[in-house]
Design a protein around this ligand. Structure first.
Ligand code: HEC
Length: 107
């Protein structure tokens, strides 16, 4: 079943090539922006897992807007009890940032 769904994804990927490439970019951007230092797919590090973030925003219409602000404005967050400025994504390309948010919310 897993194989089947993977190949379906592959077919979908061929059909809309650009969007899969964008998700690969999204993961790359998360790495180069050092987000992965504090966030992982389904394990909490200093920051919540992407899964938790996705759950928190599930079904919320303003999810994208809220997270866009979160990752572009460097809000103050508590990290291990200390107030710190949250990291900003290292891109000013709105489409790329939205891909990252889409990637996070897919977890
Ligand atoms: C030094 C650790 C650290 C780094 C680096 C970091 N984060 Fe976070 N992040 C946190 C913490 C802690 C929270 C929880 C903040 C809170 O709930 O107040 C958080 C929360 C979030 C949330 C959820 C916000 C919400 O409204 O619930 C998102 C999305 C997020 N981070 C994305 C990113 C992205 C994208 C990057 C890279 C540009 C990044 N983080 C880098 C620590 C970090």
């Amino acid at each position: 079943m897993k194989k089947l769904s993977l190949s379906l994804i592959a077919i979908a990927a061929l059909a809309v090539g650009a969007s899969t490439a964008a998700f690969a970019d999204a993961e790359g951007l998360l790495k180069t922006s050092k987000c992965t230092k504090c966030h992982a797919a389904d394990k909490d590090k200093s920051g919540p897992s992407w899964k938790k973030v996705a759950e928190k925003y599930k079904g919320k219409a303003d999810a994208e807007a809220k997270l866009f602000t979160h990752v572009t404005t460097g809000p103050k967050v508590k990290i291990d009890g200390e107030e710190e400025t949250h990291a900003k994504i290292k891109s000013t390309d709105e489409a790329a940032i939205k891909e990252v948010i889409g990637f996070i919310l897919k977890h």
